[in-house]
Design a protein around this ligand. Structure first.
Ligand code: ATP
Ligand code: MG
Length: 351
């Protein structure tokens, strides 16, 4: 089958990690008989330099003409002195909004081979960890009415039933493809938005009889993530709670260079590593391409419905780690350090 992919490499290590990701996608395409067709587009600092704006209209048009977007990272010291609204990061925020990407999926998977980087006690994470956090991305307190005067400020948390319904469906559908356990996290004992959130999840639940829905207060969820993380399969939560819990979950699993993400909306998905453009190591072959490569596996799974191919990539990453391949961010003292390209090659060989 043919699949159209928009590619924004962006700035800093974006180029290096996306080049390795495309190497992996091409090999998967060959193996399974798919044709991935890439169209490169500009965003962030590279777009500012070339066109004067962080998100050129042409980039949006390219994205709209494709099935999914593979994104590297944007930003860097070169553009740090620009006013806030002109910075490269604005290109990313605008892109998500323009493409209607309202669900942020952040898997926190702990690789057995890297268990030493987990700050939790060994018995708590025995047999590994595999949690998927779904964060609502376009509503809640970040986008509600705001108000400031000299000695008083206000942020308003707002959610409509429609916004909750669409993220709930993503939560249930994602749980269906996994272990069938969905934990909805809220603060329904205190917040009106949380009561509507909980009620809406309950109303949608009968449509997914194969998924078990649990509710948990956010303070308890934060505690349970470190006390008994293995009880979780899929967690769905509102914008700010998701922001906090997904960082907590990410930290449990290890390096920032390992974690992928997907931002999903109406029939479109954007896939990117959770890390930034890492200007301190850009161009030196030090970046870990695994987060970007696993983001492409999410693309195969969620945008193209190719779960077997996605699993093949995930297994190849595990095999490369089992073979001892380590970029500098995950290498222990005295371990041989591989370059970005070497890591990509070993993962490709393991497909
Ligand atoms: P942003 O604001 O764009 O999220 P940031 O300021 O949070 O960026 P990152 O670019 O994510 O920062 O980098 C944080 C640290 O992690 C840096 O020291 C960077 O070198 C390191 N880092 C980030 N990504 C990787 C990677 N893929 N491989 C190795 N190290 C990385
Ligand atoms: Mg960051």
């Amino acid at each position: 089958m043919d699949f159209k992919i928009a590619v924004i490499k962006g700035d800093g290590i974006g180029h290096e990690i996306i080049d390795e990701t495309i190497k992996i996608l091409n090999k998967i395409g060959k193996k399974y008989g798919h044709n991935f067709k890439y169209t490169e587009a500009l965003a962030g600092g590279a777009a500012i330099d070339k066109t004067g704006t962080a998100l050129p209209e042409e980039t949006l048009n390219i994205c709209r003409g494709t099935d999914a977007l593979l994104f590297g990272a944007v930003g860097g010291p070169k553009w740090d002195n620009l006013p806030g609204r002109d910075r490269p990061e604005q290109g990313l925020l605008k892109l998500r909004k323009e493409l209607g990407l309202y669900a942020n999926l952040r898997p926190a998977v702990m690789f057995d081979e890297l268990r030493r980087s987990c700050p939790l006690r060994g018995d708590i994470v025995e047999g590994g960890l595999d949690i998927l956090i779904i964060r609502e991305l376009t509503g809640g307190i970040y986008f509600g009415k705001k108000y400031t005067e000299s000695d008083k400020a206000e942020d308003t948390m707002e959610y409509s039933r429609h916004e909750i319904e669409r993220i709930a469906h993503i939560g249930f559908q994602t749980a269906q493809k996994r272990k069938g356990i969905l934990t909805s996290v809220d603060k329904a004992n205190v917040l009106e938005t949380s009561r509507l959130w909980r009620k809406t999840f309950e109303e949608i639940s009968p449509g997914y009889p194969d998924v078990t829905l649990n509710h948990m207060y956010v303070d308890n969820a934060a505690m349970q993530l470190v006390y008994n993380p293995k009880q979780f399969d899929v967690i769905a939560t509102e914008n700010m709670f998701g922001d906090i819990l997904s960082d907590e979950a990410a930290m449990i699993t290890g390096s920032i260079g390992l974690l992928p993400s997907a931002a999903l909306g109406n029939n479109y998905g954007m896939y990117e590593p959770i890390h930034g453009s890492a200007p301190d190591i850009a161009g030196q072959g030090k970046a870990n391409p695994i987060a970007a490569i696993l983001s492409s596996a999410m693309m195969l799974k969620y945008s193209f419905n190719l779960p077997e191919e996605a699993e093949n990539i995930e297994n190849a990453v595990k095999k490369a780690l089992a073979k001892g391949c380590r970029t500098s961010d995950i290498a222990m003292k005295n371990e041989k350090v591989s370059t970005t390209e070497e890591m990509g090659d070993i993962i490709a060989l393991s497909l």
